[in-house]
Design a protein around this ligand. Structure first.
Ligand code: IPE
Ligand code: IPE
Ligand code: MG
Length: 242
């Protein structure tokens, strides 16, 4: 007897990005200091990294601190700085074991020498030819600022005669961007707001987007898996008639 198995085409999962929002409101809800919300947020990252490896995600790009976040109180910024140092110290050995390659991008020089040194240590310790996952952390990053910087670099290249103006392409923009991934397949934002807050403006041109109500410290593996499963079955048309 012939059996009819319907093949359901699934989208290949490559590059995932997450706007990890809601740490402050989570802390408030639990009558804790804001820094505790950020602390809990870091522990969720650990789980989501694990699940990304399980799901064979190629890269995970996380929004840790935006250009606009410099407008927050000094006390909160200092707590975040300490958290970054502690997270690198605690998690790098495990990331090495998991063969996860860590990369930071954005204008993180503004965080000071101590953090720059830690980032250098984290990136050099986790370098891998064939990583199980590329983990990219946006730190002091803004999409508009990246575009401005790209325009300046490309303009300079044209003025210096190194770039032919007629050959400027999508690839040129991506090559000059500080963002490690050329495009994002799936963008997730927790915390209930439906906006992109200056994240990866160029790279999310054709991303599937998942907005979730849960605050980032309450984000679960199951919710993450649900987003991925939803992504896999959606019809991605890229403007074409299919
Ligand atoms: C996201 O959580 C983390 C950072 C921006 C560093 P928030 O701190 O923005 O949390 P809410 O949005 O105030 O709840
Ligand atoms: C986006 O969250 C930035 C990060 C998650 C790092 P914000 O809390 O800074 O964004 P807005 O202010 O709600 O747009
Ligand atoms: Mg927020």
């Amino acid at each position: 007897m012939a059996t009819h198995i319907k093949n359901i085409a699934q989208n290949h999962l490559g590059n995932v990005a997450i706007i990890m929002d809601g740490n402050g409101r989570w802390a408030k809800k639990n009558a804790l200091k804001i820094s505790k919300g950020h602390e809990k947020g870091v522990s969720v990252v650990k789980e989501i990294v694990e699940e990304s490896i399980n799901q064979k995600v190629k890269s995970l790009t996380l929004y840790a601190f935006s250009t606009e976040n410099w407008g927050r109180p000094t006390q909160e910024i200092n707590a975040i700085k300490n958290l970054i140092v502690n997270a690198i110290n605690d998690q790098v050995p495990e990331l090495v074991e998991q063969n996860v390659q860590l990369k930071f991008f954005g204008n993180f020089e503004l965080f000071g020498k101590k953090i720059i040194n830690k980032i250098e240590y984290a990136e050099s310790s986790t370098k891998s030819k064939n990583p199980s996952l590329k983990l990219n952390i946006a730190l002091g990053y803004g999409g508009q600022q990246d575009i401005i910087s790209i325009v300046k670099s490309v303009s300079k290249g044209v003025l210096d005669g190194e770039i032919d103006i007629n050959k400027i392409s999508d690839k040129t923009i991506k090559d000059f961007s500080c963002v490690p991934e050329p495009s994002i397949d799936l963008l997730i934002r927790t915390g209930g707001d439906k906006r992109v807050s200056n994240f990866l403006l160029y790279q999310i041109a054709y991303s599937e987007i998942c907005f979730l109500d849960n605050f980032w410290p309450d984000f679960t593996r199951l919710e993450y898996k649900n987003c991925i499963n939803q992504y896999k079955t959606v019809s991605r048309r890229f403007g074409k008639r299919v």
